[in-house]
Design a protein around this ligand. Structure first.
Ligand code: MTE
Ligand code: MO
Length: 363
């Protein structure tokens, strides 16, 4: 192999204490995170929004593309992009976060996409609500779930499948669930699901199926890989474990000052420093953010929420004194959930919302 310092993983999925593997580097290069300085703005430009693509970006021609809504319905529908755009439109800021955000900070480290903290972004999404379409199609009485399938396909855990996820009828009928064709006022970029994706606000990103081609009403629980095997809170390789759904409360700060190129350690000048960041949760409104300066927690100032499903800005003035410091932040939501300061480990490295840690040298 031509990369002598990068090890090759022997098995996928098993946690490791070892150095970064060739496979993780390959995934990290394909799927980038949001640079934390993008936390300055309410809306993340599409090019800075994180990306997660399990397989390959499929080539979809918008002229021949159709969305099929069928299965256990009385009136199956087939819609083109223009049909969808002529329906009632909704634009909403929504914070998306990958369920694996924080995975690579866990010890031992589950082998998969090696996110540190930036697998998040907030875009202004435009689309049409799903519920009226389901009503038009007329769900059969014995329909229990809707299966959403993308045009991309690959092999995971030895299983070859298109990327597909399901929602219960109840979950799918929520008014904020939409079929989205624009991001920040532009047609959906290829990498974010062109021409159409599902958007499930409040849920971790895996639910928001990109390159959507079909919605099928089914009469028994969907058992596809991304639904039944991936995305569970597990303690070991075997289940059962709880399925992953809503985003756990999290906050992040814009790292202050300037970074050292290689270590990204921060250099800050002594004196008052405005610390700023964002906090979000899929379990209710963010009610409190605290900033920890060398272990002492202080309440931050909260701005008005950007939307029901979008992050909330916070700030705090820190009077920086010369020396080495550790800055942290943690948020609490209206369900009472508070970010932990120590890791809470699970086998797939899901939902690691441990409080961020930023090391700073003040000069
Ligand atoms: N068809 C399809 N949809 C998908 C994925 C995928 O690989 N294929 N990845 C999912 C995951 S795990 C996440 S976190 C989000 C990422 O959305 P983004 O790339 O637009 O940020 O898309 C979800 N939808
Ligand atoms: Mo994800």
């Amino acid at each position: 192999m031509s990369t002598p310092n990068i090890e090759r993983a022997s098995t996928s999925g098993q946690p490791t204490q070892g150095p970064l593997t060739h496979e993780e580097l390959q995934l990290a290069g394909r799927n980038h995170s949001m640079p934390l300085e993008a936390l300055h703005d309410d809306i993340t430009p599409a090019g800075l929004h994180y990306l997660l693509i399990h397989f390959d970006i499929p080539h979809v021609s918008p002229d021949t593309w159709r969305l099929r809504l069928g299965g256990a319905v009385t009136h199956p529908l087939e819609l083109g992009l223009e049909d969808l755009k002529s329906r009632p439109a909704l634009t909403m800021p929504v914070t998306l976060e990958c369920a694996g955000n924080g995975r690579a900070l866990l010890q031992p480290r589950p082998l998969s996409q090696p996110w540190t903290t930036g697998a998040v972004g907030t875009a202004e999404w435009t689309g049409t609500p799903l519920a009226p379409l389901l009503e038009e199609a007329g769900l059969a009485r014995d329909a229990v779930e809707l299966v959403f399938t993308g045009a991309d396909r690959g092999i995971q855990g030895g299983v070859e499948e298109p990327y597909a996820r399901s929602l219960s009828i109840d979950e799918a009928m929520h008014p904020e669930v939409m079929l989205v064709y624009a991001m920040n006022g532009q047609p959906l970029p290829l990498q974010h699901g062109f021409p159409l994706r599902l958007l499930v606000p409040g849920w971790y990103g895996m639910a928001s199926v990109k390159w959507l081609t079909s919605i099928e009403a089914v009469t028994s629980r969907f058992t596809g890989y991304q639904q039944a095997v991936a995305y569970h809170y597990l303690q070991g390789p075997d289940g059962p474990g709880l399925p992953v759904s809503h985003i756990r409360v999290r906050s992040l700060m814009v790292p202050p000052g300037i970074p050292d190129f290689f270590t990204r350690r921060r250099m800050v000048d002594a004196g008052p420093v405005m610390l700023r960041g964002r906090a979000w949760s899929g379990h209710g409104e963010v009610e409190r953010v605290e900033v920890g300066i060398d272990g002492e927690w202080m309440p931050a100032q909260l701005d008005a929420p950007l939307g029901d499903f979008a992050w909330r800005a916070w700030s705090l003035v820190w009077v920086a004194t010369p020396g080495e410091h550790v800055l942290r932040c943690r948020a609490m939501d209206s369900s009472g959930a508070l970010q932990p300061t120590e890791q809470v480990w699970n086998y797939q490295g899901i939902g690691n919302n441990m409080a961020q840690r930023v090391e700073v040298t003040v000069r």
